[in-house]
Design a protein around this ligand. Sequence first.
Ligand SMILES: [Zn+2]
Length: 309
Amino acid sequence: MPELPEVETINRELQKKITNHIIGSVEVKVDRMINLPFLEFAKKLKGKKITKLERRGKMMIWDLSDGNYLLIHLKMTGQLIYQPAKSGKLIVGGHPIPPPSLPLVKGEGKESGLPLQGEGKIQLPNKFSHITLKFKNGSKLFFNDIRKFGWMKLVDSEELKKEIKKYGLEPLSREFNWDNFKIVITRYPNRKIKQVLLDQILIAGIGNIYNDEICFCAKVLPWRKISGLTLAEKKAIFKCIPEILKFSISKKGTSSNTYVTTDGSKGTMVEYLNVYQRHGEKCKRCKKGIIKRIKLNGRGTFFCEICQK
Ligand SMILES: [Zn+2]
């Protein structure tokens, strides 16, 4: 699942491309991926300019010229691809779906069970292109999604407020300070650290990859209960959250497979991961532990049993 750094990365890349673009028309193949009847959705978007691209947790918030907002959530397997009007680089973000010409391989050890690799040119649109925004200047934005859990919602400012309420502390904002963090993290003392960090209502934007990396950074085991953490450990988690997320953004996020987009770019964070998907390998920090993988509340969880306590 694309997490905060991946969503931030695609939003920033798209910001450079589609700010001030006017939506000419919309195509929707899967109605449940939008929040309104298609006709209403299409009519309301037509002729609107995208004025600003923002983000809250893993949700993108695009301001429209009529005062409404287009919200986008990539969920498990959503992917956005911007195709310029003429020749030029594609901007690809979110899930690294391979071109449909390649067979989908059941992932070994990957909880997603999604394709592991693929190379080559992307066919656009393809069978995963469920929503397409066509801009007046001829460029297009494809919303591809294998599992179709992703969505686009067209909302007004009141509805936006309701949507935003579903998200807790924003890790890269000013509200993410020690006082707020302390309240949030101790709200459910009997929960495991991993449960708390993954709960979007408490802290927004962290998913499976960065949860494990944050626990490693803070030297705590992800299944420890909040009530059993020392003050120093809580402070370490508090410090590691923005540190890991910012670092990943600087590396343009994690592309967890070997898929290379047509412009050859991919997030390079995968080279810097310390535990996620590194089971069986030696710990980069203590140089003694072997990274282990277990299932915790149904999610693959990676850790070093030597330097995480
Ligand atoms: Zn270690």
